[in-house]
Design a protein. Structure first.
Lengths: 359, 169
């Protein structure tokens, strides 16, 4: 922290009024660059993990244990020709991938990596998140529409309908979290999880929202899988039906950006689940020794929890067959929304009774 | 709905809400995560080949160096892909009937092994060679000389494979 303050003061002295802008940019890079690295290596982890489940060993040719595989993939995609359909609407076609990845990255502004570590510690963080992640669907619609291809269009219709439907369930789930923590501020939501009945008994882990709000946690996570169009809800790009859905007319880097966005979204949904249900940066158990600075451990626990949840994403992908489209809609509208609504009322009443365990 | 049927329905409802089936599925795949991996890393590791393996073709010779093929053209007749082309002639030196041309177009060949089965003198055989390639069109068009060369090169292997399988032939 001292180092950061020193840098901050020095920078302000040298650059004057331009410094806040530069400093913000530096902070953005500090968040986005590692995130991109995580996305790249998530693709490798996915291939390895699913390979292991299928009794294979996954990519292991590029570099030691295949560790350079994501870099090789990236180089390949960068050097591929970008083909634009002649009848495509140029501006919108190019805007599609940008609109898809922008919300996935912008949402990280409000993610707290520690008690005082967030790009923007805004009071309505949760609201901002909901707003920004809702923009995601525009990228899909733009891509599908601008490609001027019926397959891309059908894929975009499916994707947008699915994303909008499950956003409702996610929204209600987050409202429940908001009710029990009494704040829209992400940092406060994490801090609120370490108060309550179990925390009073010294069992912080049980006091985190995942246990008191278990049904909501499950609904949130499954909706998250659907929201990111991941298996088993990936009818958007069902190979046997409409190939790559809204991404079908994209090649090279354009396609890579959609790909990045999908994985960045997976990490985002997992990070949010870690923050809202698994106590964010709070440790599962206290490190026995005072090794390393506190900010590292905060970061490490958040990373670890996110990693576990992302792995569950992959685990689900390796286990379940694809849902039929009407089943997806049924699950979203007829099951998740009623369940969350009922639970919303139940929790609301619970908080008002003397049995409230969140105090 | 009456008694037992209603109970059944309630049971199903609870079961699906607890995600029992899904968790069972996850447990199954999760257990495979730690199971032994069965991948064979090809260039370094290879699977055992049956003596009957059907790979690259070869024409064999007798131990005295005499080529076995008598140009009976049974293989040409039986070949379902029409990949074999044979022309026969009388050999100047001893007046025997021999092939003057024996070509196999490996791009047409389907490796069914009928040629090998039909051959009365065990001349045309399929070896265990499976790692070969052509770099330009026509590279996989094998002439008599090329097939004889393959046979000369792998004769030991070919003979061993035929010995191993002799009991069943």
């Amino acid at each position: 922290m001292d180092l950061l303050t020193t840098i901050s003061e020095q920078g302000a002295a040298v650059l004057g009024p331009a410094w806040p802008v530069v400093w913000t940019l530096v902070k953005i890079v500090a968040v986005v660059a590692p995130l991109m690295a995580c996305v790249a290596y998530l693709t490798l982890w996915e291939r390895k993990f699913i390979g292991y489940i299928q009794l294979r060993i996954g990519p292991n040719r590029v570099g030691p244990m295949g560790l350079l595989q994501p870099i090789a993939d990236a180089i390949k995609l960068v050097f591929k020709e970008v083909i634009m359909p002649s009848q495509a609407s140029k501006g919108l076609y190019l805007l599609g991938p940008v609109m898809t990845i922008m919300p996935a990255l912008a949402a990280w502004a409000v993610i707290p990596f520690g008690p005082d570590r967030a790009l923007a510690n805004v009071n309505a963080g949760l609201l901002l998140l909901l707003a920004i992640t809702s923009l995601e669907v525009y990228g899909v619609i733009l891509a599908g529409w601008a490609s001027n291809s019926k397959y891309a269009f059908l894929g975009a219709l499916r994707a947008s309908a699915q994303m909008v439907s499950y956003e409702l369930a996610i929204g209600f789930a987050l409202v429940v979290v908001l009710m029990v923590s009494g704040s829209l501020n992400m940092t406060d939501i994490v801090l609120a999880q370490n108060r309550g009945y179990f925390a009073g008994m010294g069992l912080n882990v049980l006091s985190w929202n995942w246990l008191p709000l278990l049904p909501i946690f499950v609904v949130y996570f499954i909706s998250g899988v659907a929201e990111t169009n991941r298996h088993p809800f990936d009818v958007v790009e069902g190979e046997s039906e409409i190939v790559a859905g809204h991404m079908i007319e994209y090649s090279g880097m354009g396609f890579a950006v959609f790909f990045l966005a999908e994985y960045a979204n997976m990490i985002l949904i997992s990070a949010l689940a870690a923050i809202m249900f698994l106590g964010g940066w709070a440790p599962f158990w206290q490190a026995p020794l005072d090794l390393g600075p506190q900010w590292f451990w905060d970061w490490f626990w958040l990373f670890f929890k996110t990693f576990l949840l992302v792995t569950v994403f992959l685990w689900i992908r390796a286990s379940f067959p694809r849902y039929r489209y009407d089943q997806i809609m049924r699950l979203g509208w007829k099951i998740f929304i009623p369940v969350t609504l009922v639970w919303l009322v139940v929790i609301g009443i619970w908080i008002q009774t003397p049995l409230n365990i969140w105090k | 709905m009456t008694g037992p049927k209603a109970m059944e329905a309630i049971k199903d409802f609870v079961k699906s809400f607890m995600l029992i089936e899904l968790l069972k599925g996850l447990r199954l795949t999760g257990s495979q995560l730690f199971a032994r991996k069965i991948t064979i890393q090809f260039p370094e590791e290879k699977t055992p080949l049956s003596p009957r393996f059907r790979g690259l073709h070869a024409l064999r010779r007798y131990p005295n160096g005499q080529e076995r093929c008598i140009a009976c053209k049974l293989c040409e007749a039986v070949c379902p892909a029409l990949a074999i082309t044979i022309e026969s002639d009388v050999r100047e030196s001893d007046g025997t009937r021999r092939t003057s041309r024996y070509d196999i177009d490996l791009t047409k060949c389907i490796f069914c092994g009928f040629c090998e089965e039909s051959c009365p003198v065990d001349s045309i055989v399929e070896t265990h060679v499976l790692e070969y390639h052509g770099e330009k069109r026509g590279d996989l068009y094998f002439t008599k000389e090329m097939l004889l060369a393959v046979g000369d090169r792998y004769e030991q292997q070919i003979a061993a494979a035929r010995d191993a399988d002799a009991r069943y032939r």
